[in-house]
Design a protein around this ligand. Structure first.
Ligand code: HEC
Length: 143
């Protein structure tokens, strides 16, 4: 099923993206604001863990799982620029959702040790995308 989805997405991307459009100017990625929001949620989750307010942890993890992305237009420009990497970029986004939902569930049953593990996994998935894409995305932005 994942494979089929991957194929459809790549066909869509390439049929929508003639080479001339891929040259479109990018003045910002649209991700900066989204990310600041994510990191704020992560900080508040950590606080929630420390005071053992697992309802707060669960709500904030849900916010991360369903966080809004950048405006669609900006997102399309970025995905076109990423070209063959667009799919892997989206997989990182999916992974964040899965890990955040895992944290949400652990918090819902107030399992302290599992909450800590899931939090670490989520933080790891944030950095995994950064290692590959943070500088790359920034390199597209015209100064
Ligand atoms: C799908 C890839 C991806 C995932 C997943 C991801 N990030 Fe990012 N992040 C980026 C990119 C790309 C940038 C650079 C955006 C830019 O500079 O325009 C960035 C930048 C940031 C920044 C710096 C923002 C700034 O304006 O300097 C923070 C903080 C951040 N991310 C936090 C997080 C947190 C917390 C998570 C996990 C909950 C996360 N990110 C998950 C791709 C990702």
């Amino acid at each position: 099923m994942k494979k089929i989805k991957a194929i459809i997405v790549s066909i869509l991307l390439f049929s929508l993206a003639p080479p001339s459009q891929a040259e479109e100017l990018m003045t910002e990625s649209g991700y900066s604001e989204v990310m600041l929001n994510l990191v704020e949620n992560m900080q508040n989750i950590l606080f929630g863990i420390m005071v053992e307010d697992y309802d707060q942890v669960s709500n904030l993890a849900e916010n991360i799982a369903y966080h809004p992305g950048p405006e669609l237009e900006k997102r399309i420009v970025l995905l076109k620029k990423l070209n063959f990497d667009a799919l892997s970029f989206k997989q990182h986004e999916d992974k964040i959702r899965q890990k955040a939902l895992g944290l949400m569930k652990a918090a819902a049953i107030k399992n302290r040790s599992r909450v800590l593990d899931r939090y670490a996994e989520l933080a790891r998935s944030c950095t995994e995308c950064h290692i590959t894409y943070r500088e790359k995305v920034r390199s597209f932005i015209k100064k």
